[in-house]
Design a protein around this ligand. Structure first.
Ligand SMILES: [Zn+2]
Length: 236
């Protein structure tokens, strides 16, 4: 069959193929988007919890979310992101949403979703995770997907995350052990989140902290603004 004929005959299938592609690539983000039909309970605008999460834990989780949004908002000037936030302590019931024990963020053309797991209900993890949708919201889905290197996204989120596993001392130990890698090798998520992810988080935190020290908060915000206007990513 000639390509033109093939294309003409396949045209009615394009919307179906697009839907299948979205379901395949954005399955977990789609599940988060459909959380209202999952049996989870809404406890605040865009915040959903596992119905079995005890009342005290719900209250604490909401407090952490509010506090995180305030902290990130102080850095950016305001917290503009409006992610869907899903919180639970049962990994099995959270698995549909693409959860891990700590937290995960899903980016999709229709918005971001954050899933907080049983080990993630603390200030460091919640603030780290809610920093991802803020950068995503400011630069936009396409720019985030095509321009923002994973090391920068994670390194910026790590500025709000003070767990000592990834701190400056951990970075020194990593450096002295010869464990630092070229930044380009941490640009895409499949390499960043490999078996050396702890080292990558540690290095990404240090790298972005260095840029913040050099350019100030203004330098980073200027880069974010340029990305929002379609510019390619450039290192600071
Ligand atoms: Zn992260």
């Amino acid at each position: 069959m000639r390509p033109a004929t093939w294309l003409r005959r396949s045209r009615p299938l394009i919307p179906l193929l697009a839907v299948l592609a979205i379901v395949a690539f954005e399955r977990q983000a789609l599940a988060c988007r459909l959380v209202a039909w999952s049996g989870f309970e809404q406890v605040a605008p865009r915040v959903w919890v596992d119905p079995e999460l005890p009342a005290a834990q719900r209250t604490e989780a909401l407090r952490l979310v509010t506090r995180a949004q305030k902290t990130i908002g102080e850095f950016y000037g305001a917290y503009r992101a409006r992610p869907t936030i899903i919180i639970g302590s049962n990994l099995h019931r959270l698995s549909w949403f693409g959860a891990n024990a700590y937290a995960s963020t899903h980016y999709a053309p229709w918005g971001a979703a954050v899933v907080i797991g049983p080990e993630g209900q603390n200030e460091d993890v919640v603030t780290h995770e809610l920093a991802h949708p803020e950068l995503f919201t400011r630069v936009g889905w396409w720019q985030n997907l095509t321009q923002v290197p994973t090391w920068f996204d994670e390194g910026l989120a790590m500025q709000f995350d003070h767990r000592d596993t990834y701190d400056e001392h951990a970075w020194t130990v990593l450096r002295d052990a010869g464990g630092l890698v070229p930044l380009e090798s941490m640009s895409d998520s499949s390499h960043f989140f490999d078996e050396h992810a702890v080292a990558h988080y540690t290095q990404a935190r240090h790298e972005v902290a260095q840029r913040l020290e050099r350019t100030g908060r203004e330098g980073v915000l200027k880069l974010v603004d340029e990305l929002a206007h379609g510019a390619p990513f450039h290192d600071l």
